[in-house]
Design a protein around this ligand. Structure first.
Ligand code: ADP
Length: 431
């Protein structure tokens, strides 16, 4: 049980460490990628504006066109020179290729202000519609002799950067995934080391509880016997006060005995040793016997114990532990119900599992408390539970027994009032 808890805790801590690490890796990758991408694009934008100015100067001085034929054919660098009215085409270097046609078709997306740039993301046109193009566009003024004669648009293919960036991102993410896996292993190891001292301390505490409970058994038995002898000693004549005190000591000693027994059982359950031996158990017979025992307890409180137990139900389990589990549930049903009510025990097969259901018409358990009642020493109403002899350990013990049989316990509301406790046990449970 404790080992399972430690393992669960270790896994949870590993998930937290790995989650934090993954978030950090993703953040660093995203930030680095965005920063590098921004720096490249900024550099390209400035470069394209400078180049456009340079081409304007060359064209004015020597009449040399801004783009070479090779650049136009390959769609690397394209240019378009229009007059000040924006319509008169002075030089069209968009070419007849698909890229040039796509750029011409997206005229509305071209940059408007001089010396500014824009990133054009376009689909091809006509039969080329499936293709995607990415161009950086810049526009610069063309002035001759102090007079503006038009604007030069230059387009640079930046597809290469996108392909390179995507490939790099893919590789970086592969490395990040490998780092993440390494972080998971490291996190698991680190969680193990972190838990180790707590685990050792808990084991010591468990041992102490088990030893202390064991050591207290004999003195408590001696005290019980001594009180009984005193109470039955006919030669002594006790005052009423002494008799009352003896009865009180007797009751509290019984309570202490039950407490130490429960603590010992819980310590055993923590060590996974609650179940002594697994065997084929006749559950129909076991439930009938347990019900018979509890019938007297119910009758003493003016309650009726009803049973609906199917015959021939058998499971693999520990007979003593299973009896203990059922007695706890029936005892609780009686303890927390008023007189005149009925406690019902139903035992049947349900979807391949053995179902033990205890219904009462008592005070019920609120939804909030349903989560807490399995905690050790938790009691909804401490005073009431104590007056009924409750220690707050019954349901934790019942849950431990259920778990060691690979089963589960569920609490439901009974209508119009009361509680339904359902225990589901696999028929071939192994301890
Ligand atoms: P206890 O020895 O006090 O009965 P348990 O662990 O068996 O300890 O139960 C924990 C608490 O859950 C009890 O103190 C009681 O308040 C509540 N409880 C358990 N069973 C029932 C029930 N059938 N009806 C109402 N309350 C219940």
């Amino acid at each position: 049980m404790w080992n399972k808890l430690v393992e669960n805790l270790r896994r949870r801590m590993t998930c937290i460490y790995a989650g934090i690490f993954a978030a950090l890796i993703l953040f660093v990758v995203a930030a680095a990628y965005a920063f590098i991408w921004w720096a490249i694009l900024d550099h390209e934008k400035q470069g394209l504006v400078t180049q456009a100015h340079h081409e304007v100067e060359e064209w004015l001085n020597s009449g040399e066109a801004p783009c070479s034929n090779d650049a136009i054919r390959q769609g690397r660098m394209l240019a378009y020179f229009v007059g000040t009215d924006g319509k008169t085409v002075i030089l069209d270097q968009l070419g007849s290729g698909p890229q040039g046609r796509a750029i011409g078709n997206h005229r509305n997306d071209w940059p408007r202000e001089f010396n500014s740039t824009r990133l054009l993301r376009m689909h091809g046109v006509g039969e080329d519609v499936a293709s995607r193009y990415r161009y950086l566009a810049a526009v610069v003024p063309v002035d001759r002799g102090g007079e503006r004669i038009g604007s030069l648009y230059m387009f640079k293919n930046v597809e290469f950067y996108y392909t390179a960036a995507f490939n790099t991102l893919f590789k970086v993410l592969c490395v990040a995934a490998a780092l993440f896996l390494a972080a998971c292993f490291f996190g698991y190891w680190l969680a193990g080391r972190t838990i180790l001292p707590v685990s050792r301390m808990y084991a010591k505490q468990q041992q102490f509880t088990a030893d202390a409970s064991h050591e207290m058994r004999t003195p408590l038995a001696v005290i019980r016997l001594a009180i009984k002898s005193l109470q039955e000693d006919e030669d002594s004549c006790y005052s009423d006060f002494a008799k009352e005190s003896l009865a009180m000591i007797h009751d509290e000693t019984l309570r202490m005995t039950r407490l130490t027994e429960n603590l010992m059982e819980l310590a055993r359950s923590d060590q996974g040793a609650l179940i002594a031996a697994m065997a084929d158990v006749d559950m129909s017979e076991l439930c009938r016997r347990a019900a018979k025992k509890l019938e007297l307890v119910c009758a003493a409180k003016g309650q009726t114990l009803l049973t609906e137990i199917d015959g021939g139900l058998r499971i693999m389990g520990d007979e003593a532990a299973l009896t203990r589990l059922l007695v706890i549930l029936l005892d609780n049903a009686s303890k927390y119900s008023p007189s005149g009510t009925a406690v019902t025990l139903r035992v049947a097969m349900q979807r391949g599992y053995l179902l033990m259901e205890v219904r009462d018409e008592g005070c019920g358990i609120s939804d909030d408390d349903k989560k807490k009642v399995f905690d050790r020493f938790f009691r909804v109403d401490k005073a009431r539970s104590r007056s009924q002899g409750g220690l707050g350990l019954g349901l934790s013990l019942a849950q431990a027994i259920g778990r060691q049989h690979h089963g589960s316990i569920k609490l439901l509301d009974n209508t119009p009032r009361g509680t339904i406790v359902q225990v589901l046990l696999p028929t071939n449970a192994c301890g």
